[in-house]
Ligand binder design. Structure first.
Ligand code: IMP
Ligand code: MG
Length: 225
């Protein structure tokens, strides 16, 4: 079991690069802070899975960067596959999950590490956990980069958490809004103007989804919902 995850730094002096300043309000977790934490997580995972071949099951698309960094620090044998899951339907939350890619890897009797980008209400991971459990693995450990505990609806066990974060809508390091911002090397707070005003370049379903998440615009009043 992992130790308690660090809180995302309350204030970071890092400046949002000029190019993103209109859309990203501030940097919540810098590239260096992520890199350091991901290395620590890899060490913990390596220790817990020692002597067993792991099956890493990662959720698309948000885990792209996190997964790539995490597994390159794992010097244990592993096999890797993905589950594609989307919640881009008209609903405001992830209740309307759509599986876009099924797991092909045989995980029966295996030690599974299930990786996701962020745990929010917990609905996604809880559905995916049910699905993977049905395949009868030996054990499943869950690993997420970010945890927004304030928004939890479903009780999901987390074994490895990168950072605990307040209730902000965040983007970068794989996390998106309307499939954008995944390429940012840091985790930043999306500027409310991006989802509060009609953005012609972002489809309305996505805007509605984030609006439904509550007012998360103030950087100094976290957990407001
Ligand atoms: P949950 O089912 O509510 O736990 O939501 C999990 C999924 O919603 C994640 O895998 C993300 O794709 C997305 N999500 C939740 N919060 C955020 C956020 O702050 N930024 C970007 N995506 C998010
Ligand atoms: Mg997403």
């Amino acid at each position: 079991m992992s130790q308690r995850a660090p809180l995302a730094p309350a204030r970071s002096n890092a400046r949002v690069p000029e190019r993103w300043r209109k859309e990203v309000e501030r940097i919540l977790i810098t590239e260096d802070q992520i890199a350091r934490r991901v290395r620590q997580m890899s060490r913990e995972i390596e220790r817990d899975f020692a002597g067993r071949e792991m099956a890493v099951v990662s959720l698309l698309n948000g885990t792209v960067m996190f997964l790539a960094d995490l597994i390159r620090h794992l010097s244990v044998p592993l096999r890797l596959d993905f589950i594609g899951v989307s919640s881009y339907r008209l609903g405001t939350e992830s209740a309307d999950l759509v599986f876009t890619k099924e797991l092909r890897l045989d995980v029966r009797g295996r030690d599974v590490l299930l990786v996701d980008d962020i745990l929010d209400t917990g609905k996604t991971l809880s559905r995916v956990l049910d699905k993977v459990r049905a395949l009868r693995p030996r054990r499943i450990k869950t690993c997420v980069l970010l945890n927004k505990a304030a928004r939890r609806v479903e009780d999901v066990k987390t074994d490895y958490v990168g950072f605990e974060i307040p209730d902000f809508f965040v983007v970068g390091y794989g996390l998106d809004f309307g499939e954008r911002y995944r390429n940012l090397p840091f985790v930043g707070v999306l500027h409310p103007r991006v989802y509060q005003t009609a953005c012609p370049w972002i489809d309305s379903a996505e805007t509605k989804k984030v609006k439904g998440r509550g007012k998360t615009s103030s950087p100094i009043s976290p957990l407001s919902r």
